[in-house]
Design a protein around this ligand. Structure first.
Ligand code: MLT
Length: 211
């Protein structure tokens, strides 16, 4: 039996009790972020689904009407569907959702941020590389136990610095503990981003005793 609802996905079992939920960018797939996940935490389990929406043949996690203009109905539907998959996968692969950290890049970071806002119970922590404000919820969730690390690009042509700061403020106003770092670069990931996120995750691993 596969986890239901199912996504095409990779699952790599863990040495520790940490699981990373890897969420690729537009045009990516379930294999894209496996190497990044291993760099961030060599002992964690890796759950890496492929986005189900196709934009000109490129997988994404939700529909958009134009760059940065999202189909909000689809976004909410997809955030719920992915949250249900994560909950089912936790049962199927026997991992503890309390030690789950989402790691999203670009479109993957935007669906992770959406899950934090609409289904916070499946995501206690998230690393968001190049994320924007995906949706303003009607009701703010209680994120007082949620930890978020945001890696923004100071010269990102797709996501202005003000947008990344807005996301940090939105999550903070829901009670989340948010760290935001700006790398001196654009939309692409750099080693600085990876090192920053890895250090933050190490502290979280120590705090949760999952090393
Ligand atoms: C999105 O659509 O999620 C953002 O515009 C980032 C992207 O995937 O280009």
């Amino acid at each position: 039996m596969k986890p239901q609802p199912d996504f095409i996905h990779d699952f790599v079992p863990a040495v520790s009790s940490r699981t990373l939920l890897l969420l690729h960018g537009t045009g990516g797939n379930e294999r894209d972020l496996i190497g990044l996940g291993r760099e961030l935490d060599p002992n964690a389990a890796l759950l890496s689904p492929r986005g189900k929406v196709l934009e000109n043949g490129m997988p994404r996690f939700f529909r958009r009407l134009a760059e940065g203009v999202f189909d909000l109905e689809d976004l909410k539907y997809r955030a719920n569907e992915l949250a249900d998959f994560v909950a089912a996968a936790a049962q199927h692969y026997s991992f503890n959702i309390d030690h789950l950290v989402a790691v999203g890049y670009s479109n993957g970071a935007n669906i992770a941020a959406s899950m934090l806002l609409v289904r916070p119970e499946v995501l206690p922590a998230a690393i968001l590389f190049r994320a924007m404000v995906p949706i303003i919820p009607d009701e703010f969730p209680d994120l007082s136990s949620t930890r978020v690390w945001i890696g923004a690009g100071a010269h990102d042509p797709i996501i202005p610095a003000s947008e990344a700061k807005h996301l940090a403020e939105l999550l903070r106003s829901a009670g989340a503990d948010v760290t935001i770092r700006f790398a001196n670069t654009g939309h692409g990931l750099t080693n600085d981003d990876v090192m920053g996120a890895r250090d933050w995750l190490k502290v979280l691993n120590r705090r949760e005793n999952v090393e």
